[in-house]
Ligand binder design. Structure first.
Ligand SMILES: O=C1O[C@H](COP(=O)(O)O)[C@@H](O)[C@H](O)[C@H]1O
Length: 208
């Protein structure tokens, strides 16, 4: 049996929104078609604002979401709504989350993280439909977070790990401390599943 190397972790310097946009632009600039999973939440908004003004080969890109809240697209809590508002006219192909659907591998998975260490919609405590392969699953956080109290659809851990690389983009001192806790061995935090083990390389972008 071969021993897989441990996940390679790198802290990007600088770690700000412009550096994240540059990273994504580099992936898009590679030859051929690319599949990129975009995080939801509020942290990506600055990066999306930068990306939408860049002349990139969006026609070669399929954009998926790591997760979404089960709300209409025009609801303020919709991750798809925000993403489509920024990049809907870019020429990229959008892949919607459909419960139970299989998921093809990605070139890049962009993860955010909540204050409880959740990534995508994989929460420390949740009801979840378990599926063995890379797939879209339904989850319900326990308890429902007050800022977004909704059932969710999310890529499962296998789908998020089926990628050439991951970028983890977070802001603020408390989220930095959580990442350090996960790196130090706290496996109760869902983010730890992507930082420890033998997964794809992770570049962490952190800024105030
Ligand atoms: O619910 C979610 O939260 C996390 C973190 O969001 P943020 O607003 O603190 O940036 C996000 O990564 C996830 O995709 C989203 O659906």
């Amino acid at each position: 049996m071969t021993d897989l190397p441990p996940t390679e972790i790198k802290w990007a310097k600088p770690g700000d929104a412009a550096a994240v946009a540059d990273h994504i632009a580099r992936v898009i600039g590679a030859p051929g078609s690319k599949r990129i999973a975009f995080t939801g939440g509020s942290t990506p908004l600055k990066v999306l604002a930068l990306l939408k003004d860049r002349a990139l080969d969006w026609g070669s890109v399929t954009i998926a979401l790591t997760d979404d809240r089960c709300v209409p697209d025009d609801h303020p809590a919709s991750n798809f709504g925000k993403l489509y508002a920024a990049l809907g006219h870019s020429g990229a192909t959008f892949e919607r989350l459909e419960e139970g659907a299989g998921v093809a591998p990605f070139d890049l998975v962009w993860l955010g993280m909540g204050e409880d260490g959740h990534v995508a919609s994989l929460f420390p405590h949740m009801h979840a439909v378990v599926r063995p392969g890379p797939a879209v699953i339904a989850t319900t956080p326990i308890p429902l977070p007050p800022e977004a109290p909704f059932d969710r659809l999310t890529l499962n851990r296998k789908a998020l790990n089926a990628t050439k690389e991951i970028i983890l983009v977070v802001t603020g001192a408390s989220k930095k401390a959580l990442i350090e806790r996960a790196l130090g061995g706290d496996d109760r935090l869902p983010v730890a599943d992507f930082l420890r083990g033998c997964g794809p390389p992770v570049t962490i972008y952190w800024s105030e």
